[in-house]
Design a protein around this ligand. Structure first.
Ligand code: GDD
Ligand code: MG
Length: 360
């Protein structure tokens, strides 16, 4: 059995983070998000994953290589121009030899894949779609189905009154017959074209609705939320997470103050008089100078935070430098290599790409 993980999106809503890092490589507790998905796939006994990519693909392939470190085989298929969610699947048809999984590459969930396989076998449709129930379906694919699970409508990003609050959670188990329904050689959306067409033809698609933890990491605030949820144990990772945590792999207790929960990478320095936490992740090589305060934030690798700087509910990409006494206010996102000058005051929701910012 094969698993296709769609990793070709540009991650526009996560900019400027995704200017330097493709969305699947965005770290969750310091490990690329895609690794979590691949480990789940491998745990379900699937050892061949196909990765249709296109945006910064080398960042993915140079990290995962042939997949042997994870005990699996990885096949990268690069799209010259984006083929869309169904076009990307059609484009890797030659690797598929039976029923196959498809994953949106930006979803973090506790879904039990083996349970979904049993469901799919029992229903006998051409496809089973994992759904979750949400209050506001407007940014998802709304799926109408009956009590038996049979799907009668799929409406991507519904405008106006939603036809259903059960939405596409981005994991499908499909039969090869679905491949035949996708035209080759052009951009095709599985949500806007393929699913509606299969339904119109009377093909059987089934809804697998669960209440597992689920989050789409495509927006900065969701990405931050996901870490809070992980610290609180929403989905069991192989990491010793928890509200009391003030550590991480290979980290030593620094001289500065850590307020749990905090997860720190290797080679991190928190100077005496600095205070980090709660709900902070520091990537490898981060350095927090005396008097600095970091709360509710995600700092990627080798970030430097100068003396008396303050960072709250923000995301700072690798190698950025936050000057002495600067204030990074909530919902801000600082791009790779950005230098925030001493004393800069960043308003809430700043997106910083250029160097040398001093606002307000
Ligand atoms: N290879 C490839 N090529 N991958 C692509 C392409 C493409 O042209 N376009 C998008 N992808 C990948 C993205 O990288 C992402 O992993 C996945 O397909 C879904 O694309 P998004 O851009 O994240 O879509 P969305 O979040 O707006 O909506 C989708 O996900 C929702 C759940 O999170 C839809 O599937 C919705 O129906 C669904 O509810
Ligand atoms: Mg998405």
């Amino acid at each position: 059995m094969q698993a296709i993980v769609l990793v070709g999106g540009e991650g526009t809503r996560l900019r400027p983070l995704t200017y330097g890092t493709p969305k699947p490589m965005v770290p969750i507790m310091n490990v690329p998000f895609l690794e979590r998905t691949l480990v789940r796939i491998q745990d379900a006994g699937i050892t061949h994953a196909i990765l249709p990519a296109g945006y910064l693909p080398e960042a993915i392939s140079s990290y995962f290589g042939d997949g042997s470190r994870l005990g699996m085989r990885l096949t990268y298929v690069i799209e010259e121009t984006p083929l869309g969610t169904a076009g990307a699947i059609k484009n890797v048809e030659q690797y598929i030899d039976g029923p196959f999984f498809v994953f949106n590459g930006d979803v973090l969930t506790g879904l039990d894949l083996r349970g979904m396989m049993q469901f799919h076998a029992a229903k006998g449709g051409v496809g089973s779609l994992h759904l979750i129930t949400v209050e506001d379906p407007s940014s998802f694919g709304a799926v109408v189905h009956d009590a038996d699970g049979r799907i009668s409508a799929f409406v991507e990003k519904p405008q106006g009154p939603p036809p259903s609050h059960d939405v596409n959670a981005g994991t499908y188990l499909l039969e090869p017959a679905v491949l035949a329904a996708i035209p080759g050689g052009r951009n095709v959306s599985i949500e806007r074209e393929t699913f509606p067409e299969l339904i119109a033809r009377g093909e059987k698609l089934y809804a697998y609705v669960t209440d597992d933890y689920w989050i789409d990491l495509g927006r900065p605030e969701h990405y931050l939320d996901a870490h809070r949820h992980l610290f609180e144990g929403a989905i069991p990772l192989e990491l010793p997470l928890g509200r009391d945590l003030i550590a991480g792999p290979g980290s030593a207790q620094p001289p500065g103050t850590l307020v749990a929960p905090v997860f720190i990478g290797e080679g991190v320095t928190v100077e005496e008089g600095a205070c980090v936490g709660p709900y902070v992740v520091l990537g490898n090589g981060c350095r927090i100078a005396s008097g600095a305060r970091v709360v509710d934030s995600l700092l990627w690798e080798d970030v430097y935070v100068g003396p008396d700087a303050r960072i709250e509910w923000a995301i700072v990409a690798s190698r950025a430098q936050i000057g002495a006494g600067a204030y990074v206010r909530p919902k801000s996102v600082i791009g790779h290599d950005v230098m925030i000058l001493d004393g800069s005051q960043l308003p809430e929701g700043s997106r910083v790409v250029a160097e040398g910012v001093t606002t307000g």
